[in-house]
Design a protein around this ligand. Sequence first.
Ligand SMILES: [Fe+2]
Length: 380
Amino acid sequence: MSIRKRSLPGIHTDEIAKARLPLPSGYTLPRAAYTSKEIYALECEHILRKSWLPIARIDQVPEHGSYLTLDLLGQPVMVVHGADDEIRVMSSVCLHRGAPIAQGSGKRNVFTCPYHAWSYDTTGQLRRAPLMEGAEDFTENAHRLPQIRSEVWEGFILANLDPDAQPLAPQIAAFTDYFKNFQMGDMFVAKTLTFDSGWNWKVLVENFMEAYHHIAIHSTTFEPVFHARDSRVPDNTGPWSILHMPAAFEEMPPGSATIAGLEDWQAKDLFASVIFPHFMLGIHGQGAAWYQVIPAAANHLTLKIHLMMPKSAAEHADFESMVAEMAESVSAIHQEDIEANDLVWVGLNAPMTEQGRLSPLEKSIWQLNQWWLDKMLGHD
Ligand SMILES: [Fe+2]
């Protein structure tokens, strides 16, 4: 047995013990895990700032000089496709007086700070600082934007703010193998849908990870094609979880363009997978949907749903309508999930709400909760 190294403010040891029970006896996390600002601050410290977080696709920075910017847990960051073909993630804060040197996305070989025109190349090296001639011991060469650990996995660019983090790829080798036939590295983002939501990020992730709720909130949309009772979750061997939703139909609908090289079950079934903490991927025979979660506070997040298609699909005569159709069905399902998550958020904020029993169909939630407790309590 591991020794508990930390306590969690507002969470009782009895509540932790209940969340630690095996799945057949299992309970949800206590409501403070979702609603407490103190817990969120600890999550930032022990989970979000120490985990591999997906921040872009390489197809979003396709050429030398392509860049995009984002806020990574309070740090302005840019992802740059260097002139040397390296993809880099770095702080975008000017080394002079702290103004971010880039906004939005685009393509350029020199990044010039709008405040005093210090300019940097695509590696983050300072190239020119005007009117600094009288500054003693100052050379441009000695100044480079701080670099952030990054990895490219299946075309996704992931960043980790912890310089000592273990590399991601070896931790998710079995996960990579499970989905290798889908060739996600060969996909591109065809369309992005953006939502702002007033819930904790784990409410969204947990909703994504189980198919039990198909019987009620998705009773006319998902349930007829992906029965809740048929869903299954393999044991995980790393920081990830896979929800496999076998299709209730025998044959693919005629005319369905599926990814080449898939086995029958891969072409028909639906998969909701999460690399912890919140790298959510809906994977199916026509493509994938990357649910990019951007937590902002205990009770606020932005979600970008990136609809990804194989590059070969762009050649298809019906490409535009395929993307429109995918956007419509993903939006319709997500509207139903928004309704569910809004309800959950009311309950999690109510003082009488206690931990609920988990269904054996909610194994993914249990898997995430064990990982979350390990990280938060310092057990790993
Ligand atoms: Fe759902």
